[in-house]
Write a protein that binds this ligand. Structure first.
Ligand code: NIG
Ligand code: FE
Length: 423
């Protein structure tokens, strides 16, 4: 099917010469066309321009069968790319959330066998079908909020069979949803209770039993390690990233959420695609990232939900780094996959300009999933994953009017997948 969207009040984040990521000062630039049209064929963006040039281009699609959407008063944005989630999980964990309100820290809850281990216990018994159905509901939810691509991690299994179960569910999701999905193997998410005091033996299990099977079945695009205080050490992380590299798998790691863990430098050393969380980032981490191809990724939802210090994002961008922002959608530290909220958090809590926030949640997260050639902006030849907003006055209104869904119509692979009631 072909689709013409016309009378677009503002077509946001158009690119004539697509880039893989944006860094430093360039993050404050988002090109936009007012009063524009956009043409989609076979799931791809094939043309866009100002409405005044629409008739010049008429012979371009003359005789073609296409549908038309009139977007008067509305804007078109590229879909959000959510490059870090744990959205396949057995059940919600609101009991721990109450413990947190009462004053227990994330680490204290983890030490008692709560947190990740709590999900891992439930993962042993939940069926693949239940996991699949609950994840599909969450995918529907994030689609409605404008996400067009999502990375999903394992890491609530922590045994060979349960990790494989999670990854097989993610593999099924890839073919069942119009979203673009990437899978990350996170066997080293937490040390199971029975391995307490024998952490390196658990790392052996991850490297010698889990990873080979994951690679054999082609179940993962990336490998993750929670490299942080109280979780996995730099040495554990190096061993896992080295083994992953031997299977051609790059790292996307959890680093520096709870301390200056060395995780950032380790990720950079092994050419990780991204290092994520980054609450504890100082000059040494910034230096190391500046000399790398690794995308620093901040997860505002987790910092907000856990009441942690916020990553020094302003300082990172001012130093010339790119920054990506993702949801971290998971039952323990960020029970929301709403990327519009991340956009608002970016500007409210991290002092990013709306344009910087848009780049952080689209093109830079696309880079952090190896997708910036095909997603993350409006460019000819890219996949038509985008959304039409409700009538809104300005681009800035997107982060400003927070907590409300501003998405009206979602288009994924050139097909309308969600349309709200007309108003
Ligand atoms: O990204 N930091 C590590 N892992 C997750 C939390 C997962 C959980 O608590 O279930 C995170 O925040
Ligand atoms: Fe995470």
């Amino acid at each position: 099917m072909s689709l013409l969207i016309k009378n677009i009040k503002m077509l946001v984040q158009v690119e004539d010469e697509p880039v893989k990521k944006v860094a430093g000062k360039a993050m404050a630039e988002v090109a936009a066309l007012d009063d524009a049209y956009l043409f989609i064929e076979d799931g791809k963006i094939t043309a866009f321009d100002k409405m005044e040039h629409l008739s010049d281009a008429a012979n371009f699609w003359e005789g073609k069968d296409y549908e038309m959407i009139d977007a008067s008063g509305k804007m078109v944005f590229p879909s959000f790319v959510d490059s870090h989630t744990h959205l396949v999980y057995p059940t919600s964990r609101e009991v721990e959330y109450v413990d947190k309100i009462k004053g227990l820290s994330y680490e204290e809850i983890a030490k008692r066998g709560g947190g990740i281990l709590n999900s891992a216990k439930m993962m042993q018994t939940v069926s693949e079908e239940e996991l699949l159905q609950s994840a599909l509901k969450r995918l529907d939810e994030i689609v409605a909020y404008g996400t067009g691509a999502v990375e999903i991690k394992s890491g609530y299994g922590l045994t060979l069979n349960a990790e494989l179960k999670m990854l097989r569910v993610i593999k099924k999701l890839k073919s069942m949803t119009p979203l673009t999905v990437k899978a990350t193997f996170l066997g080293a998410h937490a040390v199971p209770l029975e391995y307490r005091g024998r952490q390196s033996e658990y790392v052996d299990l991850v490297i010698n039993e889990m990873l080979p099977q994951v690679a054999l079945e082609g179940l993962a695009d990336y490998v993750d390690v929670f490299c942080d205080k109280g979780f996995f050490t730099v040495e554990d992380t190096e061993r896992i990233l080295e083994a992953a590299a031997s299977y051609g798998l790059r790292g996307k790691i959890h680093a520096n959420e709870l301390d200056y863990s060395g995780g950032v430098q380790t990720g950079v050393k092994y050419n990780a695609l991204s290092v994520d969380h980054l609450e504890y980032v100082g000059d040494a981490e910034i230096e190391s990232l500046l000399a790398s191809e690794t995308m620093p990724t901040v997860l505002p939802g987790a910092a907000f939900f856990l009441g942690m210090v916020y990553a020094p994002v302003r300082k990172m961008i001012d130093a010339g780094l790119p920054v990506a922002m993702a949801s971290d959608f998971n039952p323990g530290s960020s029970p929301s996959g709403n990327m519009q909220f991340i956009l608002s958090m970016a500007s409210i809590a991290y002092r990013l300009l709306p344009e910087e926030a848009i780049n952080a949640t689209t093109i830079n997260t696309a880079y952090a999933m190896d997708l910036s050639d095909v997603l993350g902006s409006i460019a000819v030849g890219k996949v038509a994953n985008l959304f039409i907003t409700k009538p809104i006055p300005t681009i800035e209104y997107m982060p400003y009017y927070y907590g409300v869904n501003k998405v009206d119509t979602v288009i994924l692979n050139g097909e309308v997948v969600k349309q709200s009631v007309p108003h």
